[in-house]
Design a protein around this ligand. Structure first.
Ligand code: BMA
Length: 317
């Protein structure tokens, strides 16, 4: 029986690291930030900022150590542009960042939200100041998406979470050009019944490429009479065929416990969209939204996460 509440992730003592009170302009909340390391080692967070209409935009915060001393853009970094991109009418949310060496650019994959529901949009940037939008790459209802950093068998690969009568499971799709997507395959299913990840699952940060395969931190949602609980679990996918799930943990590895994770606009939510890996190649900094109201940091060892999966994981059906 796997251990619950393992100390695989350590919360930073100074959490939350960023809140609306830190913002140089008026916002209601900041949460669910994408993350990356820039070439000079600076940590960049692309934060979801919600205004007082309830609409979100993205704002960059930069820090030398990824912990404190954040320099936040004085104005929104990426605003919805519904005049050109109608799918962004109600905002842009939950970015995941992937550096793509072949393009020499960062891919930002985010949720665009309008009357049709949430969909997945993609933009490329080299500086997080200007963005080349590709528009909707997965039509509604779909979200929780990230691009893998290199082609797989000649095609780009996008992990995402469509929702339909078939459920809310994690899928992968492929494209020759980042615009035309196909070969859609479900890769990880929400469980049913009395499981922590019974009702919906979705990719959290972009999958981590390791020698053992793609390590995925995913969120699982359990609907309860008191509301939804968002927790995190682990799964491992084949490095050459990322649609092949190798192992999945039965228990969650991180869940809402701290006050800033339990109290806020949406309580009992931990929701990471980004992580960075330290120069040691093992220590990851996971940035997550707490209760849809702040940005917090937890650290973990990739080696320890993999060891945990080997010990506690079960093979995927
Ligand atoms: C999900 C997403 C996240 C949010 C979470 C909890 O569906 O919309 O942005 O953090 O719900 O409210």
């Amino acid at each position: 029986m796997a251990t619950l509440h393992t100390p695989l992730f350590q919360r930073y003592r100074g959490n939350p690291i960023l809140t609306a009170a830190d913002w140089p302009y008026r916002v209601h909340t900041v949460f669910n930030a994408g993350a990356t390391l820039l070439a000079d080692g600076t940590t960049l967070l692309l934060c979801r900022a919600e205004d007082h209409r309830g609409h979100s935009h993205l704002c960059a915060a930069r820090s030398a150590n990824g912990i404190d001393g954040w320099h936040i853009d004085p104005q929104p970094t990426m605003l919805p542009e519904p005049e050109h991109w109608p799918e962004e009418l109600w905002g842009i949310e939950d970015p995941r960042i992937t550096f793509v060496p072949e393009l020499g650019q960062y891919a930002v994959v985010y949720t665009s939200y309008a009357q049709g529901g949430p969909g997945v949009s993609l933009a490329l940037t080299s500086d997080f100041r200007s963005f080349e939008r590709y528009g909707v790459v997965m039509q509604p209802e779909d979200k929780d998406a990230a691009l893998l950093p290199h082609r797989i068998g000649g095609n780009w690969a996008l992990v995402h979470r469509p929702v339909g009568s078939f459920g809310a499971h994690i899928w992968i799709s492929y494209s020759p050009d980042l615009r035309h997507w196909g070969s859609h395959k479900p890769i990880l299913q929400a469980r049913r019944g009395a499981w922590w990840d019974a009702n919906k699952i979705g990719l959290s940060p972009p999958p981590i490429e390791t020698a053992a395969g793609w390590l995925m931190i995913y969120h699982g949602v359990r609907t309860t009479p008191g509301g939804c609980l968002y927790r995190l679990g682990l799964a491992l996918f084949d490095r050459d065929s990322p649609e092949r799930c190798l192992l999945r943990g039965d228990s969650w590895v991180f869940g809402p416990e701290a006050p800033y994770e339990c109290l806020g606009d949406v309580g009992h939510v931990v929701f990471p969209c980004g992580l960075t890996i330290a120069p040691d190649g093992d220590t990851l900094h996971m940035y997550y939204g707490g209760a849809d109201s702040c940005i917090a940091l937890a650290t973990a060892s990739i080696r320890a996460l993999l060891e945990w999966l080997y010990t506690n994981g079960t093979t995927c059906e």
